[in-house]
Design a protein around this ligand. Sequence first.
Ligand code: DC
Length: 226
Amino acid sequence: MNTKKIAIAIDGPAGAGKSSISKVVANELGYLYIDTGSMYRGVTWAVLDSQIDVKDQVAVEALLPSLNLTLEPTATACKVYIKGKDVTSLIRQQQINDNVSTIASYKGVRQYLVERQQEMAAVGVILDGRDIGSVVLPNAELKIYLTASVDARAKRRWLEVQGTSNEQTLDEIKKNVVSRDEMDKNREESPLVCVEDAVVVDSSNMNFDETVAYILNLVQETINHE
Ligand code: DC
């Protein structure tokens, strides 16, 4: 069996299961998993914590050099630190969901984070995000565009937040999914696109284990062709 290690780019809209699926696939393969969305969330947390106006692009970008944003990929999660503070759970709050697309639309923020992502990336990595195949790792051996219908994504998110402090109605979640799709696809800087050389994986009618198995198979096929 060919055991060569490759770089894998996984892009797709919010709620398609990129993070949870990438984590499991990386574990199975013994690869490093880098959740690039957590970096945009980390910057958003820092902006809100500093009481900077999210719409003030100049002030947001001026904050970047002082953040000392670091990622610590572990077997179970991608921990995020800002100035040494572990913000891993704080970046999943609703206030972050509501503001992260604005922060991710700023050119200076993207340049700053893409540089850090490229420094961390090598072979034997999976990066997930919106611009991995197009901007961060244009030479990745395997590019996947993981998607699912709006209904399927909203329903999964709704099931996830039941009984948590983030509880919302299915309708609210659906609106949030649609508006994040809009912002991610229509922004000027590195919008979410499905690049030509990506394999589209639509998980609307696949469960979690089926999607993981499907992607592991794509990885093996890619390695066999290398
Ligand atoms: O994957 P996520 O929901 O944690 O991403 C949070 C936000 O960051 C989302 O609005 C899209 C944006 N993002 C991005 O623009 N580029 C990436 N590589 C990753 C995330």
